[in-house]
Write a protein that binds this ligand. Structure first.
Ligand code: KIV
Ligand code: NA
Length: 265
C-alpha cells in the first residue's frame, strides 16, 4: 500500500483531484475509514463532543488527544494521520506549542498536527514547522474560540473578517503549512482563498470550490441526530440502525429467543 503524504495532497491540488478527509478517534473506526479510501484521517478535538459528550471542544486534554491518536494510528495503513492540538496546548507560547506538537508526534504517532488560527499563532507555527513537523492550518469557524464568537454561525461574512481570513491563509502558506481547513465560511470566500494559495484547502461548510472536503465521522454516518447543520450530508442513519438493533436484542433476550441452540455450547 502506498502511503499518503503531505506531498501527495499538494500534488492532488496541482492535479485538481479532490482530497477527502474524515475524523476517527478509535482503532476500529480508523480501520474502516482507511479501508474506505479517504486520503487523510483527522483525530479532531471534536472527540470532546462526539466521544466525551462535552458541549464544546475546549475541555479535551493533550493526553486524551494523544490516546485517541494512538488508537487511530494502529488502524491506519494508507491515510495521512493528522491530529488536532487541543485548546490550551499551543496558544500560550511557541515553546509550549512545539512541546505539545512533539508529544503528539512522538507519543501519539501522528503524521502531522492541526492548529487553529492565523497571525496570532504565527511564531508557534514557525517553531513547529522548523522542528520538521507538518502543520495543517484551520481558519474560519474555529471552535476553540467559540466563547469569543458567541455563536456557531457562518464566519467572515463581513469584509473585514474576510480580508483577515485571506491574509491569514496567505501567511499560513508562507509559513509552510501543508494544507488548510476552512470551516463554515461563505463559498465565494473559500473559492477566493483556494485560488490564491498553492497549498490545498479542505472545507467543511465552505462550499464546493475547496480542494477537498472533511466531515466528522459520527455526523456523516448519522449517529448524531441532534446536530443538523446545512452543510452536513448524512450517508447512513446509524442512530436509527443501532437503536433498532439494541431494542431487537433486548426483545430477543426477554423472549428467550436469544441465544438459541446453535448459539450455545
Ligand atoms: O475537530 C474536528 O473534527 C475538526 C474538523 C471538523 C475539521 O477540526
Ligand atoms: Na478540531
Amino acid at each position: 500500500i502506498k502511503k499518503i503524504t503531505t506531498e501527495t495532497l499538494r500534488k492532488m491540488k496541482f492535479d485538481k483531484e479532490k482530497i477527502t478527509m474524515l475524523t476517527a478517534y478509535d482503532f476500529t473506526t480508523a480501520k474502516m475509514v482507511d479501508a474506505g479510501g479517504v486520503e487523510s484521517i483527522l483525530i479532531g478535538d471534536s472527540a470532546a463532543n462526539v466521544m466525551a459528550g462535552f458541549e464544546t471542544t475546549l475541555p479535551i486534554t493533550l493526553d486524551q488527544m494523544i490516546y485517541h491518536t494512538q488508537c487511530v494510528v494502529r488502524g491506519v495503513q494508507r491515510a495521512l494521520v493528522v491530529a488536532d492540538l487541543p485548546f490550551g496546548s499551543y496558544q500560550s507560547n511557541p515553546d509550549k506549542a512545539l512541546e505539545s506538537a512533539v508529544r503528539m508526534m512522538k507519543e501519539g504517532g501522528a503524521h502531522a498536527v492541526k492548529i487553529e488560527g492565523g497571525i496570532e499563532i504565527e511564531e508557534s507555527i514557525r517553531k513547529i514547522i522548523n522542528a520538521g513537523i507538518p502543520v495543517m492550518g484551520h481558519l474560519g469557524l474555529t471552535p476553540q474560540s467559540i466563547y469569543q464568537f458567541g455563536t456557531y454561525k457562518v464566519r467572515a461574512k463581513e469584509e473585514a473578517e474576510a480580508e483577515k481570513l485571506l491574509s491569514d491563509a496567505k501567511l499560513l502558506e508562507e509559513l509552510g503549512c501543508f494544507a488548510l481547513v476552512l470551516e463554515k465560511i461563505p463559498a465565494n470566500l473559500a473559492k477566493k482563498v483556494t485560488e490564491n494559495i498553492t497549498i490545498p484547502t479542505i472545507g467543511i461548510g465552505a462550499g464546493a470550490d475547496c480542494d477537498g472536503q472533511v466531515l466528522v465521522y459520527h455526523d456523516m454516518v448519522g449517529m448524531n441526530h441532534g446536530f443538523s447543520p446545512k452543510f452536513l450530508r448524512r450517508y447512513l442513519d446509524l442512530y436509527t440502525e443501532i437503536t433498532g438493533a439494541v431494542s431487537q436484542f433486548v426483545k430477543d433476550v426477554k423472549t428467550a429467543d436469544f441465544p438459541n441452540q446453535n448459539e450455545s455450547y
